[in-house]
Design a protein around this ligand. Structure first.
Ligand SMILES: Nc1ncnc2c1ncn2[C@@H]1O[C@H](COP(=O)(O)OP(=O)(O)O)[C@@H](O)[C@H]1O
Ligand SMILES: [Mg+2]
Length: 275
């Protein structure tokens, strides 16, 4: 059956003409056009604490994530992966540097604007599924839209639930679903608002490898077939091999990237970091 609302729509809905004054991320080094950028950081640094206990979690990070792509962020424990994701998603503030979501510079937004931006333009899939136990799968999926007083696009809802294989599970509560099904509900919830970016922090960390593979395939399809931009933090080379691109971090800096790598390539690159 026809399901037209894919990448063209996604691109159009994220142009955000309400933010015309926002300068686009136009680094001279790469020739990205505004409309092809899902998320970007320039000169991003983040320090925690003061004096002797000061930690440089991120040091002068420049990175661009293309729209419609599935990117994995990898690196040893403590290399700054989660901090980078939290800063890009507006969950944590930068110490210095600039961050964009689409064509909106988010560094400089106040708390109220950031809350709105996270609600309307960002999707999250965490290790813990974070479903509301008393709500059905369908109610969980549409909760962010209900909270924003929005209307659910029925055609898009049907497309997402069918693609994720959830159409028979809509009336079930989380405890009646397997772990993999619960995480697919969380993925559907993130997809329904057509966010500029879905951020995942170890989204398969709580799933066994077979079920994890199923969820990763769904994420990959969301990007390949629905044009959804996805940025996923993982320490698992097999999980990262589902991504179009893998960026490597070490000691709070970006130290390399791989395009369409297999898990062996990723393992080899990580081994070179000595993490
Ligand atoms: N809230 C915090 N307060 C102090 N230090 C932090 C905080 N969050 C992270 N860090 C430190 O910043 C560095 C990067 O952490 P993190 O981004 O969580 O790494 P990763 O996700 O790659 O394991 C680590 O040294 C960590 O201890
Ligand atoms: Mg982490």
């Amino acid at each position: 059956m026809p399901n037209p609302p894919v990448s063209a729509d996604a691109a159009a809905s994220s142009m955000h003409p309400s933010n015309p004054q926002s300068p686009p991320p136009t680094p001279s080094a790469d020739k990205q056009q505004t409309s092809t950028t899902a998320s970007a950081a320039r000169g991003l640094s983040k320090t925690y604490g003061k004096g002797d206990t000061k930690v440089h979690a991120l040091h002068d990070v420049d990175v661009t994530f293309d729209r419609g792509k599935f990117t994995a962020i990898m690196g040893p424990s403590g290399s700054g992966k989660s901090t980078l994701m939290h800063c890009l998603a507006g969950l944590d503030s930068a110490t210095s540097g600039q961050i964009w979501l689409g064509d909106t510079e988010i560094t400089g937004l106040n708390d109220k604007q950031l809350t709105r931006l996270r609600r309307d333009r960002v999707g999250f899939v965490f290790q813990a599924f974070n479903l509301v136990p008393t709500l059905t799968a369908e109610q969980n999926m549409t909760l962010p839209i209900s909270l924003a007083n929005g209307t659910v696009d029925t055609q898009w809802f049907n497309h997402v639930t069918q693609t994720l294989g959830l159409e028979d599970r809509l009336a079930h509560r989380p405890h009646e679903l397997s772990g993999g099904q619960q995480q697919r509900v969380a993925v559907a919830r993130a997809l329904l608002t057509r966010p500029d970016v879905i951020f995942g922090d170890e989204p398969t960390g709580n799933l066994d490898s077979k079920v994890g593979a199923e969820v990763l395939s769904m994420l990959r399809r969301s990007s390949a077939e629905m044009g959804q931009s996805i940025i996923m933090v993982t320490h698992d080379p097999i999980a990262a091999s589902y991504a179009d691109r893998v960026v490597l971090m070490n000691d709070g800096a970006l130290v390399g990237e791989l395009n369409e790598p297999g898990s062996e390539d990723i393992l080899a690159a990580l081994a070179k970091l000595g993490g």
